[in-house]
Design a protein around this ligand. Structure first.
Ligand code: NCD
Length: 348
């Protein structure tokens, strides 16, 4: 299946073959993402990034990925600075912006907005997060990183036990992840959440229809046991107005819990941001020196993965391999002080 010219609104678009092709291309692009090599396959192309909701990782890494491919970026953040604040419709905005660029990345608090936007243009629209709906590019980078983490510890995706933890009802990253993991075989997916924050029923049914086992738990102490992956998420307080939520400190995924219940080779991921304030019930910072914590390898994986996606959607994937040349500027050997053991084998 060719991705050229496609809108990327849901992760269900990607077959297993399409995923594997994207991962291969992301591997080739990793030295470019790390500032070791250069490519100009998108020289002259322009991406517009329109973020109507808070973002650090998605906006900056999409922009960085497009720039590293040789393209240019124009961007705006917040509806209040756009003509939407003067009553302009999403359809008009979409048509106008399409005349300025070759690809649009968009984030919006309403689930339907990205679909309205895509319906009004032939320029590919990439969903950078639509309310509590989906976040397909996050799921792609999560899967790319998870493959690497499993490979490093001698495992493959098929047959694994995956625990998704936290606000599974409003967390769009886990919705897109459910659809992507369902492309693999023989998985057990443990959804660990308070009942009122459980995974939407249609996603549970979707994954079961593709032949996987679902287990539900409201207690991380039992839900995380024997899991190959612990994918922790933040309580999405901005998505439920004034409703008290039963979210106890049992959902603080900290060193004590992980040492008590997790496998020695468990992979611990989180889409970030995590709530790092003292007393918050999220992935705790006392795990920062635990080699099982993949969160920064996960964010790093966002650049090559998004580069692979943009190159494919704009039809230049086949030109990438022949386009690479060495970079000449200074780069530190490892991006973070603790990265050395993990990046020793990455091409430089
Ligand atoms: C998430 C998002 O915005 O959906 N972050 C991200 O893009 N990496 C997760 C969140 O906000 O909790």
């Amino acid at each position: 299946m060719s991705l050229t010219g496609k809108h990327i609104l849901s992760s269900d678009l990607f077959s297993r073959d399409a995923l594997e092709q994207l991962f291969e291309l992301a591997d080739v692009l990793t030295p470019v993402a790390r500032g070791r090599q250069v490519t100009r396959v998108l020289e002259g192309a322009v991406m517009a990034s329109l973020f109507f909701e808070a973002s650090t990782r998605t906006r900056l890494s999409c922009e960085s990925a497009f720039l590293r491919l040789g393209g240019g970026v124009t961007s705006t953040t917040g509806a209040e600075v756009m003509s939407i604040a003067k009553g302009e419709s999403l359809a008009d905005t979409s048509r106008v912006v399409s005349g300025y660029c070759d690809l649009i990345v968009m984030r919006h608090p309403e689930t339907s907005a990205v679909h309205e936007f895509a319906a009004a243009t032939n320029v590919p629209v990439i969903n950078g997060g639509n309310g509590a709906g989906e976040h397909p590019t996050q799921a792609l980078l999560d899967m790319f990183n998870l493959h690497q983490e499993f490979a490093r510890t001698g495992r493959i995706m098929d047959g694994r036990r995956l625990a998704l933890v936290g606000d599974l009802r409003h967390g769009r990253t886990v919705h897109s992840l459910m659809k992507l993991v369902s492309r693999y075989e023989d998985l057990t997916i443990v959804c660990v959440a308070p009942q009122s924050l459980g995974m939407p029923a249609e996603l549970l049914e979707f994954v079961e229809r593709r032949g996987h086992r679902i287990e539900l738990s409201d207690d991380p102490e039992t839900g995380l046991k024997d899991a190959d992956l612990v994918y922790s998420t933040r309580l999405q307080t901005e998505r439920f107005a004034d409703r008290p939520v039963p979210y106890s400190d049992a959902f603080r995924i900290d060193k004590a819990l992980v040492s008590r219940v997790c496998r020695a080779d468990a992979v611990i991921m989180h889409p970030l941001p995590r709530d790092g304030r003292p007393g918050s019930n999220d992935l705790a910072t006392d795990l920062n020196d635990d080699p099982r914590l993949a969160i920064f390898r996960q964010t790093d994986a966002g650049i090559p993965m998004r580069m692979a996606l943009f190159a494919s959607v704009l039809g230049v994937a086949d030109a990438v391999r022949g386009s690479l040349s060495p970079a000449t500027w200074y780069r530190p050997d490892y991006t973070g002080p603790e990265d050395a053991p993990f990046y020793r084998n990455v091409a430089s």
